[in-house]
Design a protein around this ligand. Sequence first.
Ligand SMILES: NC(=O)c1ccc[n+]([C@@H]2O[C@H](COP(=O)([O-])OP(=O)(O)OC[C@H]3O[C@@H](n4cnc5c(N)ncnc54)[C@H](OP(=O)(O)O)[C@@H]3O)[C@@H](O)[C@H]2O)c1
Length: 263
Amino acid sequence: MLWEIKMKLTGRTVLITGGSSGIGLALAEALLARGNVVIVTGRRKEALEAAKRQHPDLHIYASDAADPDCIRNLHDTLIPRFPTLDTLVNNAGIMRALRLAEDRPLTEVTQEIDVDLSAPIQMVQQFLPHLRSRPEAMIINISSGLAFVPFTLSPIYSAAKAGIHAYTRCLRQQLRDTSAKVIEVAPPLTETPLFETEFKQHMPDQSGMSVHQLVGHMIRGIEAGRDEIRPGQSKILKIANRLVPKLIFQQLARVGEPWVRQP
Ligand SMILES: NC(=O)c1ccc[n+]([C@@H]2O[C@H](COP(=O)([O-])OP(=O)(O)OC[C@H]3O[C@@H](n4cnc5c(N)ncnc54)[C@H](OP(=O)(O)O)[C@@H]3O)[C@@H](O)[C@H]2O)c1
């Protein structure tokens, strides 16, 4: 019974990085409706202000999760204002289709490592002392089904998501005797601006899970006390990677193959 109460997603103070769009915004909406205080970040002020117009109770902060100075400022601004902050959702993410044979500046090629891997690690590092002072803290890292099977079309993203999966497992193990519960959510292909802008052209016949369906899976999984939540295709990818690793890797590699091979 105590375990069930601990996992309830109500009455919390939640910080969601990248909460102005897609999965982060849908999660923010669902958590507001369940009586939580919700703070979201993002880089674009206009997107944050649009979210605030839709949901006046939302707290918005423009902050770049990939900039350590922004992380420090965010922490120093939020903790005095929201001392009950007990839930961190590392959701901000970018994903590009990349041809590795193309010429690119070195710092540009690793953008997904900065946003999807280094940023959540640095957020945890910065916020962990405060979170550990809360009686029932939660850290929720958003990875991807592609954490289990790399996607040739998005090589740096796949590396970053495999990295956040490994990191989250280690973090959970290290914090197992503390008040902080560590959860990984690995969404499948989901209908968001990220998918629409970069990937729809490579897979015109594919449709993803709706954000609201995904958020339903997340909330039910978290409340059930699960450590790793793998809705829909993500569960299949994890199993296929155990049973038929070469086959599933080759199958994903077919997506966008003509584009990748273009000189
Ligand atoms: N959609 C999918 O199919 C799918 C599948 C698996 C996993 N995921 C993961 O789910 C998460 C959310 O993705 P989504 O599909 O909802 O994408 P999205 O609709 O593009 O939203 C991404 C959010 O992250 C913010 N963001 C990006 N870079 C940021 C940075 N450096 N600092 C702060 N905020 C930043 C964006 O706002 P600004 O641009 O204004 O900063 C936006 O609010 C990501 O981690 C993604 O990898 C998505």
